[in-house]
Design a protein around this ligand. Structure first.
Ligand SMILES: C[S@@+](CC[C@H](N)C(=O)[O-])C[C@H]1O[C@@H](n2cnc3c(N)ncnc32)[C@H](O)[C@@H]1O
Length: 234
């Protein structure tokens, strides 16, 4: 694993299709939630991928599956070079194909959706991630792009909570609701209300990774992904 400074330097060289700062939130969420299987739809050069993978690497468990049809430009070789430069290639699998057609891991914990920016494409990716068990789904560009923005505005998912950050190009975080565990600190035992120093171990999300076959020859239809910059609304 690279030193933190070495990683940050390498990651800073990777261009992004749009905004740059969402990576810090992705990194923090993955560090905090400790997913076993993370999926990123839409990697481009890997600007966000390397931060997700780095968080998994620091967690000492988990694998990142990238799904990209490279319709925005054939960045496949560049993506692998950037994953290698950041020393996270060994925990990453790239699935080359359209996210609506290609195989996804059979069970996932965490998803970052930044691929097809049409409304229907965004919705299809989120629905797929939810159906495969994701506990947390992060959607990029929910302010700056018409498709994800309309999806976020019309958002209606029973059993989920969402935080929509209007900042920058917009980022929406969806978390699956779950029953609250019992209170760990009672006022009776600890009248000052201060947290005790004893902490329970971090809990992993509940399942083991399942390897899936990668189809290197699978490519997606080009030009159908709503990503044309000419379609950005004012
Ligand atoms: C906005 S870029 C991703 C940017 C990257 N996540 C970042 O933060 O730097 C969108 C990527 O999604 C890919 N893409 C677009 N439509 C797709 C689809 N239907 N299936 C898979 N990948 C898709 C494009 O090839 C492109 O690499």
């Amino acid at each position: 694993m690279l030193s933190r400074d070495g990683f940050a330097l390498s990651a800073a060289q990777i261009p992004s299709a749009d905004t740059l700062r969402h990576t810090q939130l992705l990194y923090g969420l993955v560090r905090w939630l400790c997913p076993t299987v993370a999926v990123e739809v839409g990697a481009f050069h890997g600007h966000s991928s390397v931060w997700i993978a780095r968080a998994l690497q620091e967690n000492k468990s988990g694998r990142l599956f990238i799904i990209d049809d490279f319709s925005l430009g054939d960045t496949y070789e560049r993506l692998w070079a950037n994953l290698g430069a950041c020393h996270v290639a060994d925990i990453t699998t790239v699935i080359r194909g359209n996210s609506r057609e290609c195989p996804w891991p059979p069970k996932i914990d965490f998803a970052f959706i930044d691929g097809d920016h049409s409304h229907d494409g965004c919705k299809a990716d989120v629905d797929k991630a939810a159906a495969l068990g994701a506990q947390c789904i992060v959607i990029h560009d929910t302010t700056g792009w018409w498709g994800p923005r309309r999806w976020a505005t019309e958002w209606k998912y029973d059993g989920w909570s969402k935080v929509e950050a209007i900042h920058d190009s917009g980022l929406t975080v969806m978390m699956r609701n779950q029953l609250k565990p019992p209170v760990r600190y009672g006022q009776d035992e600890n009248p000052s209300g201060m947290l005790q120093s004893q902490r329970a171990p971090v809990q992993q999300l509940p399942h083991q990774p399942t390897p899936i076959p990668v189809s290197p020859g699978l490519t997606g239809a080009e030009g159908t992904n709503g990503l044309s910059r000419r379609t950005v609304p004012t």
